[in-house]
Design a protein around this ligand. Sequence first.
Ligand code: OOG
Ligand code: MG
Length: 256
Amino acid sequence: MDIERLAGHLDDARRHGREVERLTLEAPELDLPQAYRVMDAGIALRIAHGERVIGLKMGLTSEAKRKQMSLGAPIYGVLTDAMVVRGTFHLGGTLHPKIEPEIAFRFGRGLPRAADRSGVLAACTGVGPALEILDSRYRDFKYFSLPDVVADNASSSHVVLPERWLDVEGRDLSRVELVMSIDGTPRQRATGAAISGDPVLSVVQLCALLEERGQSLPPGSVVLAGAATVAEPLAAGMKVELDAGWLGSVSVRVEP
Ligand code: OOG
Ligand code: MG
């Protein structure tokens, strides 16, 4: 398996805004551990182009997302500083962008390999609402298998991070009401419980996935816990807002 070549192929597709066929058409034997290595190699290419890793994102942590994508298990992807959007998102260079409601965590120190719920809460220095903008490098945003989507950095494209980070202590994130509106009309609603039963448990799952790969969450990381609902397609002119009750809100304007 030529991990570097597959990573370069997907990185070219991303940089040139050009769709490609899913990797498993050409490499049906690509398994999940190899797919994570393709993801790592793709991130190494982005670092070589001057990007900096700021954290990780969980994906497919809600039943709604697993159904939408016909995929069965949580995965993770990597976030870099170049993915962070503030205020306005320009569609130029994207292929088939979608947006979804998320909850973000911030960690001052790193997390131990097999962190549990209390370990995650103890290390957390803030939580807030976030919007993830997904894009897939695969034709029609179809990939059919976990290795395909993992190799493509779990369809990561951009992220709108919280404007304010709140203290999570004594709060129950599973009861947060999330409403994602487009141009003022509510389009997706869920409670935090849609995310792994409790978004904190998504971070616990992330630590377990990292441990399987002999890794742990680095200090200073931001973590997206995974979307609470299905993703909505993005189009120029939209204003997308996520209202998350006591957690606050976050919004983005979409331009060509
Ligand atoms: C995979 C990424 C899923 C989430 O929050 O569930 C994800 C995809 O939908 O293509 O980011
Ligand atoms: Mg997501």
